[in-house]
Design a binder for this molecule. Structure first.
Ligand SMILES: [Fe+2]
Length: 324
């Protein structure tokens, strides 16, 4: 089975998004969107502008940006493909603004009114993608639902042990709602980590786990899961006994992390970010980055594709859980 993945695109400046035509032609039956499906605080907006908005103005803004993405020509065509399921998570820019951390926002009277509309907008986006019809997304002026919970942790069985490609489980995580500033105390937070650990530990060891994260697991700078030592160590511990590939976004480039040794096995990470934007959103080099995981009974092949470059490929031996 083939699972495409990417992140970071902005319909405001990037009216053409050919990356979705490539994804549509790849044979993927799933697409994981790893955050920043819109930039609420950039590309014609700013962090200051978002911070100054009331709940309703922010709802109009956030719903408007996601609606623009859903109506983007190539993306809308992909959404209408009924043999492809699209699974989004959010990152900072389609949560609130650059680096926004939910754990802090909760305690800030000046900003916490923005949590309700951003959750409503993201839920409506998920629903529109699930429906395969961009037109089901609320229209400008439609009322928005209050009291929508945060997306949180969402596990999905993509295929079962008895299927031709064996068991594959996708774990969608919420790296914004509970993240603390700096990330030292929490990226996913206690409740999500507990559910994630239980789901992975309870699985058949032959299962391939795709762990979808906005933040990268490994990075030299910027936000990374490494900032939270306890969660980072817990994931590595899980990888000693289970087959885990982290799919991550955020950094506006494609990257394979060096596999982390985890006992006899390895922990793998593939990052794909910058589906339709420039390195610095509206400045820098044009990006058309996306990835494809092809899972068979014997192998897991990961390809990273980008504009004007050869596709890079890594092949994992599924039994040994090492690079071939
Ligand atoms: Fe981004």
């Amino acid at each position: 089975m083939k699972i495409a993945f990417t992140s970071c695109f902005s319909a405001q400046t990037f009216k053409d998004q050919p990356v979705w035509t490539q994804v549509g032609a790849s044979g993927a039956t799933h697409l994981v969107l790893l955050g920043d499906s819109a930039y609420y605080d950039a590309d014609g907006s700013s962090m200051g502008a978002v911070k100054a908005m009331g709940a309703n103005d922010f709802a109009i803004h956030a719903f408007g940006r996601l609606r623009d993405q859903l109506n983007q020509k190539e993306f809308a065509k992909l959404v209408r493909k009924t043999d492809l399921r699209i699974h989004p998570i959010w990152d900072d820019h389609d949560f609130l603004w650059n680096g926004a951390c939910g754990a802090q926002i909760q305690g800030q009277p000046s900003y916490r009114h923005l949590l309700d509309p951003t959750r409503a907008a993201f839920q409506a986006y998920c629903d529109a993608l699930d429906s395969h019809d961009p037109k089901t997304f609320p229209k400008a002026g439609d009322p928005w639902a209050s009291g929508v919970p945060e997306p949180g942790y969402r596990p999905l069985m993509l295929s079962n042990a008895t299927d031709a490609d064996g068991a594959v489980m996708l774990h969608l995580t919420d790296g914004r709602s509970y993240k603390t500033k700096g990330g030292e105390d929490a990226v996913l937070g206690t409740a999500q980590m507990k559910k994630l650990k239980k789901a992975i530990e309870d699985s058949d060891p032959a299962t391939v786990h795709l762990l979808a994260s906005g933040l990268t697991f490994e990075a030299r700078h910027g936000e990374t899961w490494m900032d939270c030592k306890a969660e980072h160590a817990a994931i590595l511990k899980l990888a000693e006994k289970r087959r885990i590939v982290i799919l991550s976004g955020d950094v506006h480039e494609n990257r394979f992390a060096v596999p982390w040794p985890a006992g006899a096995w390895s922990l793998f990470e593939a990052t794909s970010s910058g589906a339709a934007l420039r390195t610095g959103v509206t400045v820098g080099a044009l990006q058309r980055n996306w990835g494809l995981v092809d899972i068979t009974k014997d192998q897991v092949t990961i390809e990273l594709s980008q504009l004007n470059m050869d596709t890079r490929r890594r092949v994992i031996d599924r039994r040994k859980w090492k690079l071939l």
